[in-house]
Ligand binder design. Structure first.
Ligand SMILES: Nc1ncnc2c1ncn2[C@@H]1O[C@H](COP(=O)(O)OP(=O)(O)OP(=O)(O)O)[C@@H](O)[C@H]1O
Ligand SMILES: [Mg+2]
Length: 365
């Protein structure tokens, strides 16, 4: 019978880390569900590596407790935590061949020689590099070396796989391939994984859950669509990319929406993220992809939509999509991204930009 998955397979409770006056991680509570891939996403210095290093046993928490499978591990030494670790700076041993690199973690685990051989071969197959055991790390490409690091981490059948920006040294194409590979491998093995990145696309594309951090605090956690579509504050909406922010004042409720007045005195309807009162200052957030453009002369008012009029001041072709910057009459510039197929517009064209009410969200300021 299949057992229920533990929703708090890894648990941080009130965890805090101070380095002198710097508080790298502040009273953080976080639960990582069994078998999931969770990314820690945030700008440089927000505490991602510190959190991972505390879990790994490389850093001692100043306050709080860490649990794996319900057991408090604060005092468990590193090698007894059963973790697979791939850190950016944890390179392969250059003077050991691939076989010995992968076998490294098993040698201290009372595994017989024949079992080691079997496990190493299986791990190399899993990362799709069978038969390279005799080569030296320098005889493999950067991407292949990262796959060996992955093999070395999974060969011990870890309870948790920790990855700290493992792809940052790779070029963009290889990064994309490796991202997919890690994602597939993680699902196939079902190993609980914590992946650190400051790349929002990376986080959104591969995670079951994204944890957005800033200054040692969790700002928001949830599945990728949740944090992207329902960002709870300016920081999260901005960090996840392509957000327009418009200042507004709350008028009154209209059905499921709130009516607001913008700086140019136009009114819009939008979804309130929280409770607001008449007269409150708010920020209306609209993702660039949610706008649909058209020639101004062709505009016909439609139900359920807010509309803006302006002139295209910048256009850039991005392969499948076109990115536009549109200057409104009050000089505010909005960003829109549309599919190429529907994008004949050029710099200088007078356009309308329409967006459904449900894609306009109001945040507290
Ligand atoms: N050993 C240390 N001594 C003093 N301060 C430290 C130490 N390690 C980290 N810090 C500080 O703690 C904060 C969090 O650092 P951390 O390395 O966890 O950030 P990060 O989110 O991993 O950033 P990055 O994306 O740049 O890797 C930073 O202000 C950093 O300067
Ligand atoms: Mg870091």
């Amino acid at each position: 019978m299949k057992q229920e998955k533990d929703p708090a397979f890894v648990k941080f409770k009130g965890i805090e880390k101070r380095f002198g006056k710097v508080v790298a991680v502040k009273k953080m509570d976080l639960e990582i569900p069994e078998g999931s891939l969770v990314t820690l996403l945030g700008p440089s210095g927000c505490g991602k590596t510190t959190l991972l290093r505390m879990l790994a046993g490389l850093e001692e928490p100043t306050h709080g407790d860490i649990f794996i499978k319900g057991k408090r591990i604060n005092d468990t030494p590193i090698h007894k935590r059963n973790l697979g670790i791939i850190f950016q700076n944890y390179a392969l041993f250059p003077h050991k061949n691939i076989y010995d690199n992968v076998a490294f973690g098993l040698k201290y685990r009372n595994v017989s020689k024949s079992a080691i051989k079997e496990k190493v071969e299986k791990a190399l197959e899993t990362v799709r590099l069978p038969g390279v055991g005799n080569r030296m790390p320098s005889q493999l490409s950067g991407g292949q070396q990262q796959r060996i690091a992955l093999a070395r981490a999974i060969v011990i059948e870890p309870d948790v796989l920790l990855m700290d920006e493992p792809l940052s040294a790779l070029d963009e194409n290889l990064r994309e391939d490796m991202r997919r590979e890690i994602d597939n491998l993680q699902q196939a093995l079902g190993v609980t994984t914590i992946f650190v990145t400051h790349d929002q696309r990376e986080a959104l594309s591969m995670s079951d859950k994204v944890v957005v951090m800033k200054d040692g605090f969790i700002q928001q956690e949830g599945d990728p669509e949740e944090v992207y579509n329902n960002s709870i504050n300016h920081f999260v909406a901005d960090f996840l990319g392509h957000s327009n922010f418009l200042n507004a004042i709350v008028n009154e409720k209209q059905g499921d929406y709130l009516s607001v007045t913008l700086e140019d005195n136009n009114t819009c309807l939008a979804v309130p993220a929280g409770t607001f009162n008449k007269g409150d200052k708010v920020e209306m957030v609209i993702r660039a992809q949610k706008f649909n453009l058209g020639y101004r002369a062709d505009h016909v008012p439609e139900q359920g939509e807010n509309v803006f009029f302006g002139k295209i001041v910048d256009r850039s072709y991005m392969g499948g999509e076109v990115s536009y910057f549109v200057e409104l009459e009050n000089k505010l510039v909005l960003h829109a991204i549309n599919f190429v197929k529907r994008s004949p517009y050029r710099r200088g064209d007078e356009v309308f930009m329409k967006v459904m009410h449900e894609h306009c969200r109001l945040l507290k300021v």
